[in-house]
Design a protein around this ligand. Structure first.
Ligand code: ATP
Length: 588
């Protein structure tokens, strides 16, 4: 049969990520509204030009003071202020909107891709880390598109424009500024690089905190049961302190950087005022030009940090791109949608099937097994012998490494994956309820409409009728709110109903009876007896006190099926089964 699914999640070869990858990710997966983005940038350009123009008009206005204010100049000034106001409001909205829209598309693309990733991918990646990529890394990209990029572009326009206008106003004064600015750059650029490294570390540690928090919350019961609160609190504090350490370094640098820049700016202003004052006295410069010069100096120096900051922002976003790409580059599950639909399951045939999650570590070895329609099978064996793995192959979560797995005489690989799964009702070891109502949970993924009467009847069949009437809103009760009030046994019986709703031709119960008490377990065994005769069932059984109820028992040892028969036959012929049964029965 085809390749082992586990091989499809091999680590991607590491390569150096750059700006090109960032641009590719943004254009292909976030597809920003290019028209709006360009319009936003243009309007932002207009706003910056207007700001430069306003300063020039102020100069004219001040210089015209002695000769009486010109109404026309005031009118022009007001007009430019209105245009500046309008274009900066519009550009800010358009660029933020483009960012919001692009990041939403990227998040949806990521979300949908993650939903479609194959099971082996989730075997190899931590939940918290994946969720951090969907939330935090996409936010970094949002910041870049909606503000950092336009701030930097405007900064460049403002710097170049101010410089040109200053040169036009007074060459010598401009030279003074040109000596101060590179001095500032000498401080800003290296500090900016250090800040970039720190903020990358903060990002990474925040993602780790996110991942640890998800585990701490989901494993809270385990932690309490193991009385491990103290060590977990210490772990949390250590993680929080790591972020704090980096954040404090970041704050120190920023606190240091801003006053230094301010002092340098004040120094430049002081020099301009002193030297400019002399020039004004000697009539080489007008007062209006001096004021304008001062304003241009500020307009030129202020955006320096946002321009150099763009490099930092791009570096950070390239890091986020790499992590997002890591998900998007991972192939989604091949659902074989060109295959034939599986309408029903009549026969299942494992022929010399081997399987391993990792190369050279076989978990299933030479499985030969035929299952016919309507059989009631119990699958038993020691922990780790491969029971769950065997049924995972039936669900097409993984594919055999070698040998063939046929359904109805044709290779499993010839059927579409959704049609296979629609024919199988699967109740796993850990039953999770989804957010939503009881009805939403029971109808999860159902392809046909199911009446409330049918749902109620099925709930009655598994002994949940009384419980249903106790619920405040019956089938409309929000399970999320009551999630914690649903016991393990109730969850499993709900999962059985959820599986039966689909009218499958094969029902797989993976340890479904493990967390049930004797009475409940008996009820489920009885339920299996009341199921339609043509429904094949495979039950992974851990507690053997009901084992006689199964006409066929498969005994697994170290990835092989070493026993196949009814209870009496296995007791008589299979020494390991006999030991297993006696040991279990004594303790069971
Ligand atoms: N996703 C996985 N990746 C790698 N190895 C795995 C994975 N799942 C299971 N294994 C390994 O495969 C072997 C068989 O596991 P499996 O869960 O099929 O056993 P099992 O018989 O169902 O055990 P149990 O009764 O404890 O649930 C074990 O050695 C297990 O460690």
């Amino acid at each position: 049969m085809a390749t082992n699914a586990a091989t499809s999640v091999k680590q991607r070869p590491k390569r150096k990520y750059g700006t090109k990858d960032l641009l590719r990710l943004i254009t292909t997966n976030a597809s920003p509204k290019k028209g709006l983005f360009i319009l936003g940038i243009l309007l932002s350009f207009v706003a910056t030009i207007c700001s430069l123009g306003i300063t020039l008009m102020l100069k004219e206005f001040i210089d015209a003071f002695n000769h009486g204010t010109s109404g026309q100049l005031l009118l022009r000034l007001s007009g430019v202020i209105v245009v500046q106001l309008f274009s900066s409001v519009a550009s800010s909205f358009l660029l933020s909107y483009t960012g919001v829209d692009a990041v939403s598309k990227l998040r949806s693309t990521l979300w949908e891709h993650i939903v479609d990733l194959p099971i082996p991918y989730f075997d190899h990646n931590r939940t918290g880390e994946l969720s951090s990529r969907v939330v935090n890394d996409t936010s970094t990209i949002f910041e870049l598109i909606s503000s950092q990029f336009s701030n930097a572009i405007n900064g460049v326009i403002s710097i170049v424009g101010s410089l040109v206008l200053m040169l036009m106003l007074n060459f010598r004064l401009t030279i003074i500024i040109l000596i101060v600015v590179p001095l500032m750059a000498v401080i800003i650029v290296p500090m900016g690089q250090v800040l970039a490294r720190i903020s990358k570390a903060i990002q990474k540690e925040t993602a780790n905190l996110n991942s640890a928090a998800v585990q701490m919350i989901s494993q809270n019961r385990l932690v309490k049961a193991m009385v491990a609160e103290k060590s977990l609190k210490q772990q949390g504090t250590a993680q929080v302190n790591r972020i704090k350490g980096f954040s404090v370094r970041q704050i120190k640098l920023i606190s240091f950087l801003n006053p230094i820049l301010n002092i340098m700016l004040l120094g430049a202003i002081f020099i301009i005022i002193v030297y400019g004052g002399v020039l004004v006295q000697t009539k080489a410069l007008t007062i209006g030009s001096l004021v304008a010069f001062l304003m241009y100096a500020v307009q030129m120096i202020s955006p320096l940090s946002s321009v150099t900051g763009l490099v930092t922002a791009v570096q950070q976003t390239v890091g986020a791109t790499e992590r997002i790409d890591d998900i998007l580059d991972s192939p989604t599950e091949d659902k074989r949608l060109n295959g034939q639909p599986l309408e029903t399951i009549d026969t299942i045939d494992f022929d010399h099937v081997d399987f391993g999650y990792e190369v050279d570590k076989p978990v299933l070895k030479d499985i030969d097994l035929q299952i016919n329609r309507g059989e009631r099978i119990a699958l038993i064996g020691e922990s780790g012998s491969g029971k769950t793995t065997l049924v995972s192959l039936l669900e097409s979560y993984y594919e055999p490494t070698s040998g063939t797995l046929d359904v109805n005489g044709q290779s499993m690989a010839s059927y579409t994956v959704p049609s296979i799964r629609n024919q199988i009702g699967y109740v796993s070891q850990e039953v999770d309820l989804m957010p939503g109502t009881m009805r939403d949970n029971l109808l999860l993924g159902a392809t046909k409409p199911v009446s409330d009467e049918r749902l109620t009847a099925l709930l009655g069949q598994v002994g949940l009728a009384d419980w249903l009437t106790e619920l405040s809103a019956g089938l409309d009760t929000d399970v999320g709110e009551r999630g914690l009030n649903v016991s393990g046994g109730q969850r499993q019986r709900l999962a059985i109903v959820r599986a039966l709703v689909r009218e499958p031709s094969l029902l797989i119960l993976d340890e479904a009876t493990a967390s049930l008490d004797n009475q409940n377990q008996e009820r489920v065994t009885q339920l299996l007896a009341t199921l339609p005769a043509d429904l094949t069932t495979i039950t992974i059984v851990h507690r053997l006190n009901q084992i006689e109820a199964y006409p066929r028992i498969l005994f697994m040892e170290d990835g092989q099926i070493t026993g196949d028969g009814d209870h009496a036959t296995l007791i008589a012929t299979h020494a390991r089964y006999r030991d297993f049964y006696r040991l279990q029965y004594q303790h069971g």
